[in-house]
Design a protein around this ligand. Structure first.
Ligand SMILES: Cc1cc2nc3c(=O)[nH]c(=O)nc-3n(C[C@H](O)[C@H](O)[C@H](O)COP(=O)(O)OP(=O)(O)OC[C@H]3O[C@@H](n4cnc5c(N)ncnc54)[C@H](O)[C@@H]3O)c2cc1C
Length: 444
């Protein structure tokens, strides 16, 4: 089981167990009224918990990033928490609406209130206060639910342009704050003195702080540094450009890590892997950028030497760190960037690790080819080049035939996800027992 599935499973199971310590769904004899109310509480709590964890991850916490194995994994988990929140919100909405629809059908199941205020108990000031919030909390909860469905659908539909998604997704932080109010007012009052209430209170505080961090643009603030463009080179056949940026305040990076680059105020920052090893003396950092969409298609025409940019990072855990005697590297197209940095570092050291590097590109640029051949010789790396305008794509079979100890080597892959999936399936299916590391060049 990967770390993302584990984190997701553990957090939902944990909240479920804590909830069951206080409440139940198994009423004996069965009571549909109590069952529906409890189910509304449970689905609401799971949806809220998933949203809270998702909100915490939106602040890009460094400690969790390290534990999960990179920021791309944080975004994966953020997305899956969003899907869990989405599914449980729908269930919560249905369960909360059912009694209303039922009563319209003249079936006599009328709930006194979905919030479940305890009968026959002298109301306390706190319960009276919560009751006074109930009707607005129900109303704003319902509208927040509709907006949540809208924004989460927009986040999941990749056809919606990234820029539009990035700008609108921030609204989730406001919706979250409204849902804090909804949950605070409508959670069973008895829960507040139980473990589930204490956990909900902690989540409400942590989630509220996180949403303010997001709303006030404070995410990653401590890792932002100014830099200026030193040189711009292009690989026209491959639609790629190489930038060298100097940043005096940059704290350094490991090979394989990436940074967010912000070229213009109005444009959201874009993630790019750093394609050079850290050099304390020059403080120069290289990026190799492929024209892959709306913004990057026109980037080469916009930039000029001396332009200042904001760098944020370094993030990521695709750092070639293992004690394996041999490694297999596989890259496709612009997926070469983490390997460029690592090759540069290994060329400076006396590399004893056995490394086979398989690189495929459509119309491999002559200058890039020359550079790869030179650096791989210096770094003692076996280079296998595939120009896919003339030859087939790299397959698992190519790798198995070329590397004698492939079963025990660790594999490091960066490139199109379809290519990664098919090579991983082949190698794992034929007996690879080491880890297949894969950098995901996508954030949603
Ligand atoms: C960890 C990581 C490392 C990357 N490293 C490199 C690299 O070294 N070189 C390189 O050429 N590309 C790299 N990319 C991809 C690069 O970020 C996108 O190609 C670029 O942001 C596309 O922007 P666009 O507006 O031109 O494309 P669009 O047409 O707007 O989008 C194309 C796709 O790029 C992604 N994307 C767009 N904007 C953003 C954004 N602001 N933040 C996150 N993703 C976005 C989305 O998945 C989108 O579907 C990396 C991506 C990630 C996640």
């Amino acid at each position: 089981m990967n770390k993302i599935k584990l984190a997701l499973g553990v957090s939902i199971t944990f909240i479920t167990i804590i909830w069951f310590l206080t409440n139940t769904l198994l009423y004996i004899p069965f009571d549909s009224n109590l069952f529906t109310k409890s189910l509304a509480q449970y689905t609401g709590i799971i949806a809220f918990s998933a949203m809270t964890f998702s909100m915490l991850l939106a602040t890009r916490p460094i400690l969790i990033e390290r534990r999960l194995g990179g920021l791309d994994k944080i975004y994966r988990l953020h997305k899956w928490l969003g899907i869990v929140a989405f599914s449980f919100s729908i269930m919560h909405w249905l369960v909360s609406k059912l009694p209303e629809w039922w009563s319209h059908l003249d079936k006599i199941i009328i709930l006194d209130s979905i919030s479940g205020a305890t009968d026959n108990v002298e109301p306390s000031t706190f319960s009276e206060f919560l009751e006074s919030l109930e009707s607005t909390a129900l109303l704003v909860g319902e509208y927040s639910f509709y907006l949540t469905v809208l924004f989460l659908t927009m986040a999941l539909l990749k056809k919606i342009p990234y820029r539009f998604f990035a700008k609108t997704h921030i609204a989730m932080a406001v919706i979250y704050l409204v849902l804090v109010y909804h949950s605070f007012a409508l959670m069973y009052i008895d829960y507040w003195t139980e473990p589930i209430g204490i956990i909900m209170a902690i989540m409400m505080i942590a989630g509220t702080v996180s949403s303010f961090i997001v709303l006030f643009g404070q995410v990653g603030k401590k890792q932002k540094y100014e830099g200026s463009i030193q040189s711009i080179n292009t690989y026209p056949d491959m639609n790629m450009l190489k930038l060298i940026v100097k940043s005096d305040k940059w704290k350094g990076h490991n090979e394989g890590q990436f940074a967010f680059l912000k070229f213009e105020k109005k444009e959201p920052h874009h993630p790019f892997t750093i394609s050079s090893a850290w050099d304390k003396k020059t403080k120069n950092i290289s990026f190799t950028i492929k024209a892959l969409g709306g913004y990057t298609n026109n980037l080469a025409n916009k930039l000029k030497i001396g332009d200042s940019i904001i760098l944020e990072g370094a993030y990521g855990n695709f750092t070639f760190n293992d004690n394996k005697e041999s490694q297999i590297w596989i890259a496709g197209g612009v997926g070469i960037t983490p390997f460029l940095a690592r090759m540069e570092r290994l060329a400076q050291l006396d590399n004893k690790q056995k490394i086979d590097f398989f690189y495929s590109a459509f119309k491999l640029d002559a200058n890039l080819k020359k550079k790869l051949e030179q650096v791989s010789a210096e770094a003692n790396i076996n280079l296998h080049l595939f120009d896919t305008s003339k030859s087939a794509l790299i397959s698992g079979e190519h790798i198995r035939n070329a590397v004698s100890d492939w079963e025990s080597a660790s594999v490091w892959f960066c490139g199109p996800s379809k290519m990664g999936k098919s090579i991983k399936k082949d190698l794992k299916g034929n007996g690879l027992h080491s880890k297949f590391h894969q950098e995901l060049f996508e954030m949603r």
